[in-house]
Design a binder for this molecule. Structure first.
Ligand SMILES: [Mg+2]
Length: 203
């Protein structure tokens, strides 16, 4: 199979690291530092202006991606999957943002995440892009995600294994398999692999 995997909040605990630096930035700038976990974007989660969010990311994004913690078993399970499957990391991290591709590749290597290709966001939107075209172009069979809108869009075309977060709980679909951790994600992938192995082409 071709397995597509998002990075932030799928392989990593990115929200945790963003909020660590948001507390520092917020205190320095007299801004709210208590986030609403039901909201995905910082503008809504913290009530900051888009200018403040932009300045925050300009200042701290490279540090966030450098210091972010991997989720438990992400390393072991991507290595296991890589023995049988193609792994494509597809992320909204934008390669035009200075230093982002470099810090991402270095982090993946240091944390032993196995993959064949890394595809970064190349759109003018620095923080988000639709992954559907990339998935279809590269024949991705299943995508691992945390983002609510991306999961919904992708699930029309392929199964999505969705890492559970308060901000994505409103998304439900037969094609969305909700998981709490990498162990559960691995079980889902094994089920999908078996299902694919037993399916026969229609004569
Ligand atoms: Mg993500």
């Amino acid at each position: 199979m071709n397995i597509g995997i998002d990075i932030d909040n799928t392989i990593t605990y990115t929200t945790e690291m963003i909020l660590h630096y948001a507390r520092i930035f917020g205190q320095d700038h007299g801004l709210n530092t208590v986030a609403d976990p039901n909201e995905y974007y910082l503008e809504e989660a913290l009530g900051w202006s888009s200018e403040a969010v932009e300045e925050f990311f300009d200042t701290y994004l490279v540090s966030i991606y450098h210091e972010v913690r991997p989720k438990e078993q992400a390393r072991e399970i991507t290595q296991q999957l890589h023995k049988q499957h193609q792994i494509m990391l597809i992320t909204s991290r934008n390669y035009k943002f200075p230093g982002i591709e470099e810090v991402t590749r270095k982090w993946l290597q240091e944390h032993g995440i196995a993959y064949d290709r890394l595809i970064l966001n190349a759109t003018p939107n620095m923080y988000h892009f639709s992954k559907l075209a990339v998935c279809l172009q590269h024949g991705v069979n299943v995508m691992l995600e945390d983002h609510h809108d991306l999961a919904r869009e992708l699930s029309e075309f392929m199964p999505v294994i969705l890492f559970d977060y308060p901000y994505n709980r409103h998304v439900q679909s037969e094609n969305i398999l909700r998981v709490n951790n990498w162990h559960e994600a691995y079980s889902c992938l094994n089920c999908l692999t078996r299902a694919e192995g037993t399916s026969r082409p229609i004569a």
